[in-house]
Design a protein around this ligand. Structure first.
Ligand SMILES: *Cc1c(COP(=O)(O)O)cnc(C)c1O
Length: 439
């Protein structure tokens, strides 16, 4: 396959990336993941969505092989040389599509070490960053609404020359999510921020804009603003939709529980690459931005509302910029993007119904998509299951009147020692804590 790069020269397999705010500057994958965020707060997007020969995937059965073949279109040296091993190590858990009743499937993305889909992106990014680190330590700043922090901490724990700072909103995540973030130590610093997720995300973005941080530190981020997190998420949509069509001779639609809109952006990218995804629907909680945009055509950030689906409590979703970039015209946006809002009462209703009718326990995030699916037509739909219900017993157990069995991954983390520092929602305070901890 060939692409034209910015100098007009044709090169083999060298996908470049540019910023949503600047189409003139191009960088390769290694530089894009290390930078995290493009200049002036832009987000990196691929220069091009190559036409992929889907038949090339027909004989590939294992998930890591599929991932490596697909991602090779997007990734250059030195990482590309190691891509097969990177995918073997990063995606060493199952990605099942389970059948439910009423032409509905459940795409279970929570079988990784920290029990949410965030493991796919975090583990892949950690492996890639390890390939390109130098002697100067890199500091990875990450804001979390609950699950990114644990996935990133677990994925980067004890990786050489990489320091991780996780900012989580104190008191706004579940106890088990917090345990999974604070149980590391060593190269992982957990900061409990007095504020909400948007405050955490703002501090990360302001560190990138800060003179001291950007000149003295080799800074990156592993939020879904990092392109290295999004690309591996494209893989499970590609893989699942292709297998579904092979088996059922039909196209699958997907309903994606969404907050920062990273996961659903990956679904749109998979569709854009030509994988057989019939339709994509966003399920949101009571947070408004995407619903409001679809209704008015004007994007507006909202104050974050706390809901039972806490990892989706985002009032100013970063990846909206990538979705808007994909569909710049509002009419085109509306033709392609639809969203269903699900409130806390409906989340509980869905958890109960899934247990009674389908005999399964689902997490409050997955519940938004489960509820939304029932508002849709009779075509085949996959409800995307984003986390294991055992991370949220305080929500799930009272609704179903049963104990949720704890996954073995969580039991292992619970016995570790826990460390966190409490900080106010202020970049200077965060900076001092980071300097004190890492010296
Ligand atoms: C992060 C998260 C979401 C939201 O995903 P986005 O990519 O931010 O839209 C949904 N469910 C769970 C369990 C999550 O951890």
């Amino acid at each position: 396959m060939t692409y034209k790069n910015f100098s007009g020269k044709l090169e083999q397999n060298t996908m470049q990336y540019h910023s949503t705010l600047d189409e003139q500057q191009h960088v390769n994958f290694s530089d894009a993941i290390q930078a995290g965020l493009a200049a002036k707060g832009g987000l990196f997007v691929p220069d091009d969505f190559p036409h992929i020969d889907i038949d090339a995937f027909a004989g590939l059965i294992s998930y890591p092989e599929f991932a490596s073949t697909l991602l090779s279109h997007f990734i250059d040296t030195p990482i590309s040389k190691h891509l097969p091993e990177i995918c073997q190590r990063a995606f060493n858990f199952s990605v099942p599509l389970e059948a439910l009743k009423n032409n509905t499937w459940m795409l279970e993305l929570f079988h990784g070490p920290t029990l949410s889909f965030k493991d796919f992106g975090a583990r892949f990014l950690a492996e890639c960053m390890q390939c390109v680190t130098t002697d100067k330590p890199m500091t990875v700043l990450v804001a979390t609404s609950g699950d990114t922090g644990s996935a990133v901490a677990a994925a980067f724990y004890q990786k050489q020359n990489i320091r991780v700072v996780v900012l989580f909103p104190e008191g706004k995540i579940s106890e088990r999510q917090q345990q999974q973030i604070t149980c590391w130590g060593d190269n992982v610093l957990a900061l409990a921020v007095q504020g909400d997720f948007d405050d955490c995300q703002r501090i990360v973005k302001s560190a990138f804009a800060d003179e001291q941080w950007s000149t003295q530190t080799h800074l990156s981020t592993s939020n879904s603003i990092n392109i290295g997190r999004l690309l591996p998420q494209v893989v499970y949509y590609a893989y699942t939709s292709l297998h579904f069509r092979t088996i059922h001779a039909e196209k699958l639609g997907v309903v994606v529980p969404s907050g920062n809109l990273g996961n659903v952006t990956a679904a749109y990218w998979a569709q854009k690459l030509g994988f057989p995804i019939r339709e994509i629907v966003i399920a949101t909680n009571a947070n408004q931005p995407i619903i409001n945009y679809l209704a008015t055509g004007k994007y507006k950030a909202f104050a974050t509302k706390q809901t039972l689906a806490n990892a989706m409590d985002v009032g100013n979703p970063s990846n909206f910029a990538r979705l808007e970039y994909l569909f710049p015209d509002f009419n085109e946006f509306k033709q392609n993007v639809s969203a269903i809002q699900v409130d806390d009462q409906q989340i509980k209703q869905a958890i109960k119904q899934a247990f009674e009718q389908d005999g399964i326990m689902i997490c409050p995030h997955t519940a938004t998509a489960y509820f939304a699916r029932q508002q849709l037509n009779d075509e085949p739909w996959a409800v995307v299951a984003t986390a294991d219900p055992c991370k949220f017993p305080e929500v799930v157990e009272p609704v179903i009147g049963r104990e949720v069995p704890i996954a073995s991954q969580l039991v292992e983390l619970q016995v570790r020692t826990h460390h966190q520092l409490n900080v106010s929602a202020d970049l200077d305070v965060v900076t001092r804590s980071v300097q004190d901890y890492f010296g």
